[in-house]
Design a protein around this ligand. Sequence first.
Ligand code: DAH
Length: 347
Amino acid sequence: MEQSLKNLEQEALKAIKNCATVEALREVELEYFGRKDGKLTNVMRSLKDLPAADKPKMGTLANTVKIALEKALAAKFQTFENAKLEKELSNDFFDTTIPGKARYVGHIHPVTQVQEEVERIFSQMGFAVMDGPEIESEYYNFEGLNIPADHPARDMQDTFFIQEKNDTKHGRMVLRTHTSPVQIRTMEKYGAPLRIIVPGRVFRYEATDASHDSTFNQVEGLLIDKNISLSHLKGVMAEFLTRLFGKPVKVRFRPGYFPFVEPGVELDFSCLLCGGKGCRVCKQSGWVEFMGAGMVHENVLKAGGIDSKKYQGWAFGFGLTRLVMMRYGIDDIRLLTGGELRFLKQF
Ligand code: DAH
């Protein structure tokens, strides 16, 4: 039996090697491994009838032969498979130099990009970043900030009233016209001392044009501590703008009026384009108007529950949207809320 097994192996290997087609190879596979009458199958089956003494040796040999044939079969099948693939590839011209299909990847809106930069710089200077509601009560938006209902200052910021909700304690609900209400909310919540900025979206009832939109973004600032003066504000803003623009920036104050500060100021910074000499951008003045600010009004500190005998501070508010427009030379504010991708993709 040993000899006939060896003969069978040689014979089968030769048959496998000589196959010219897959079909022929399948037939050889059947001839030896067929369940019913395969030559090797029959040998394996007959093992059980051998004398017990011969079983282990013959069993091992039969198994070795089986494994060798299976390997040879698999290898031969693979050569047919490879040949088929190669043929397919050479038939169909496939240009491997064609660029793949690009997927459009979204990115952060330019206003948010600048906002994140502003947050980073003020955080480095020890300011916390606060948030507040966009739908605000009349109290936080106006009265608490020293703008009584019958005061002409209300006309400076016409707003949208929300009819459905009426907070009886705090008046009608409005879309906030500025980020300043968060000053009071933060004072109420955390008390003094405080060092915060509040970036946020604000709304005005405006006729829309290239420089006015009903929705835009501001950044509020508030610092409350002992022995605070406007010179601290000057230092902080000069440092902030210098870090933001990456070159030395000077700031100056002019008198300004805002009901929630006393005294109030307007802050300008030295024109970056002409370095202060005077150009089209700064209207020949050498200075660019940047923001409103001032020492926090006593009534506002009181509304926030802070003892104005012990603490004082300053506040400021600037237009983030305007800052983005200045930075990138955007001449129409509406582009920033229009959702036009051809515009946004540039940033
Ligand atoms: N809230 C003002 C506005 O929207 C800006 C402003 C001015 C904010 C002076 C302040 C400030 O905190 O002190 O026009």
